[in-house]
Design a protein around this ligand. Structure first.
Ligand SMILES: Nc1ncnc2c1ncn2[C@@H]1O[C@H](COP(=O)(O)OP(=O)(O)OP(=O)(O)O)[C@@H](O)[C@H]1O
Ligand SMILES: [Mg+2]
Ligand SMILES: [Zn+2]
Length: 634
């Protein structure tokens, strides 16, 4: 293209941008992608969620002779996208299984007559012989493969139907192909290019840094308490839209119902719903009729709700890529928004269990590696933004990593970056627990994995402990004053730091390394960031009050306090049963612990306790005061 014709093309592009889309300027990389498609090249486009990928293929489709074919996995969203285009005066249509056969026929004939500039189809439709025949008779401008990561088994959202798209290149050798995705590691990128047979593709990779998102991980408590943590958060964000992701369909339904019972406006969404219900609920959310969407990861891909202010993960995601994508649905409008993950290592163990059930060896390996990366991210005590970007091969490039003082210009200030930048983790001397752990590995003859070593340290009475006579070893029970979660943290850190290694041939048995020996025998110190653990009960108790969770110093709980706590729990259970409630609906455990330790004697004292509102005070205050007074008399 000569200089003047390039300028003329630019002019035409800008005009179309303004006229058809009503935008004054391009977002980063959009102009370049449009130019490459107009030049008839294959393109590979990686822009984060909300980066504006649709426009990258919609605009050139309008300026090219022939019909563009857009492949999308999202049947539920095709109509919205096409409606939006038609409203802009663009000749667009979609063909999918939601249409009556008659209607499909009408649309196919319109396509055949060359009346359509953009046709949207799901891959399974596209690859039908009849549809391919039709396309073969048309002048095609290009194929745009949206959500292209779905083609890769290494991605977080592999769809077997996408695999069929490999045949496109051979069937239509002269038609350019564009691949579009928001999330792809190097491996997934290479896979997309290879599978689609892209030739000398123009590559456009945008930054993954979403500067308006704040990343936070909070220790997730046990069942009833975790719910209280969630509602606490949701109440702080009452007037905003947000998504709560859960691991299972059943959880989404139960949780949404519970939230509604507690006066929080929520709907559930998952792939098991009738398409009608899905549409209605999605619509209610997008239209701000409901504020909280409780969903499995089936919800959200491609949904253009710009003002989602927070995304909560109530369960641990399976991998970091998926997490980035899901959390990225917050703040598409560029306004400050939050990404909050409730994390307990117990969730990872649950997933490990499911991974072990998977049939394929390769599947197991991939899933295990992905889970490990997810756990590392959740555990990290350095900048979470930096860790995410590093995962996507976009290192911050600072010696010594990103700190509150030393940050790349593209990073927001510490208080708007992530929890670790806002409150850097304190370093704690873990030499003694490390020595206990390492020596327990040795005492059990380096034949067991972390879980059993921890059982021995904590003096657990398991069948395995008895079978191997491990009550007899000198390290049995020496670690019982630290909760299991803290030991799991120590074990992971020792592995990561190379103090122990896992033998592949012996079911992952731990072996002490040279470095571990140095800790045991040469006094090498082990200093670790203070873990963000959930409050340990009942041995040690950190009462978390709103806004200060995890930052409280340890509080010693006496045996008496613990007995009273159990008594109050029994009272709570009785009251709950009488009402057909779950016990936490009366008071959360945090409240019971505080009651047990502070032993309020009057309504005035009681009112100051966490979780005791006026209604609860009136309904239950007297009963709890009596229980406490009776205990103190005994
Ligand atoms: N040049 C532009 N100027 C202003 N707004 C734009 C521009 N390009 C796109 N947008 C808007 O940005 C929003 C996100 O665009 P789009 O849906 O294409 O994102 P995406 O990259 O496909 O994200 P996802 O990966 O989540 O599907 C839309 O509301 C779109 O209208
Ligand atoms: Mg999109
Ligand atoms: Zn940070």
């Amino acid at each position: 293209m000569t200089g003047t014709s390039a300028a003329a093309a630019d002019q035409r592009v800008l005009e179309t941008l303004r006229r058809a889309f009503g935008f004054d300027s391009f977002r980063p990389l959009q102009a370049q992608v449009v130019a490459a498609l107009l030049a008839g090249r294959d393109v590979f486009v990686l822009l984060p969620t909300g980066g504006g990928k649709s426009l990258c293929y919609q605009l050139p489709a309008l300026l090219t002779e022939g019909t563009a074919v857009v492949v999308s996995p999202l049947i539920a969203l095709m109509k919205d996208q096409v409606d939006k285009l038609v409203a802009m005066g663009v000749a667009a249509t979609f063909v999918n299984s939601s249409l009556e056969p008659d209607e499909v026929g009408r649309r196919l004939r319109a396509i055949e007559r060359g009346e359509v500039k953009l046709v949207y189809a799901a891959p399974e439709r596209l690859m039908l012989p009849q549809f391919l025949d039709l396309l073969g008779r048309l002048k095609l401008s290009f194929f745009a493969i949206d959500e292209a990561h779905c083609i890769s088994e290494w991605g977080h959202d592999f769809r077997p139907e996408y695999r069929e798209l490999r045949r496109l290149r051979r069937l239509f050798p002269d038609v350019p192909i564009g691949a579009f995705t928001a999330t792809a590691t190097k491996r997934v990128q290479a896979d997309i290019v290879a599978q689609l047979g892209l030739q000398d593709a123009a590559r456009f990779v945008g930054s993954f840094n979403r500067a308006n998102l704040f990343y936070e991980v909070r220790p997730k408590e046990t069942a009833g308490q975790a719910y209280a943590q969630l509602t606490g958060y949701l109440r702080e964000h009452e007037l905003e839209s947000g998504i709560v992701y859960c691991a299972t369909r059943a959880t989404t339904e139960q949780l949404a119902e519970k939230l509604r019972d507690d006066g929080i406006d929520a709907v559930a969404y998952h792939a098991g719903l009738e398409s009608d219900a899905r549409r209605r609920r999605q619509e209610a959310f997008v239209r701000d009729d409901v504020n909280v969407m409780v969903a499995t990861i089936a919800f959200g891909m491609g949904i253009d709700k710009p003002d989602v202010r927070y995304v909560v993960h109530y369960d641990l995601p399976k991998n970091l890529e998926g997490y980035y994508q899901e959390s990225g649905r917050a703040g598409r409008d560029g306004e400050p928004s939050e990404c909050l993950l409730f994390y307990t290592y117990a969730d990872a163990l649950k997933q490990e269990h499911f991974i072990r059930e998977k049939p394929g060896e390769l599947d197991r390996q991939v899933a295990t590696q992905q889970l490990r990366q997810m756990v590392e991210w959740a555990d990290t005590t350095s900048c979470r933004r930096e860790a995410l970007l590093t995962y996507f091969d976009e290192p911050a490039g600072l010696d010594g990593g990103v700190t509150p003082q030393n940050r790349p210009p593209s990073f927001p200030p510490p208080e708007r970056c992530c929890d670790n930048c806002r409150e850097p983790a304190e370093l704690v001397d873990y030499t003694i627990p490390a020595q206990m752990f390492l020596s327990c590995v040795k005492k059990t003859r380096e034949r067991f994995g972390g879980a059993h070593v921890i059982d021995v340290l904590r003096g657990a009475q398991t069948e395995k402990v008895r079978r191997f006579g491990h009550e007899q070893v000198s390290t049995y029970g020496i670690g019982k004053d630290r909760p299991q979660e803290e030991w799991q943290y120590v074990a992971r850190q020792l592995l990561k730091g190379g103090y122990v290694r896992q033998a592949e041939e012996e079911f992952g048995a731990f072996k002490v390394t040279e470095r571990g020996n140095a800790v045991l025998f040469q006094g090498e110190q082990v200093v670790l960031p203070r873990p963000r653990l959930r409050p340990a009960r009942p041995k040690k108790q950190r009462v978390s009050r709103p806004g200060t969770a995890g930052a409280q110093p340890d509080v010693q709980v006496s045996a008496g306090d613990e007995r009273l706590f159990q008594q109050l729990r029994a009272l709570r259970k009785r009251l709950a049963d009488e009402r057909g409630w779950a016990p936490y609906m009366i008071f959360p455990d945090t409240t019971l612990w505080q009651l047990a330790m502070e032993r309020p004697a009057s309504f005035a004292d009681l009112r100051r306790v966490h979780g005791v509102g006026e209604k609860k005070l009136a309904d239950f205050g007297q009963l709890f005061l009596e229980e406490i007074a009776a205990f103190d008399r005994d």
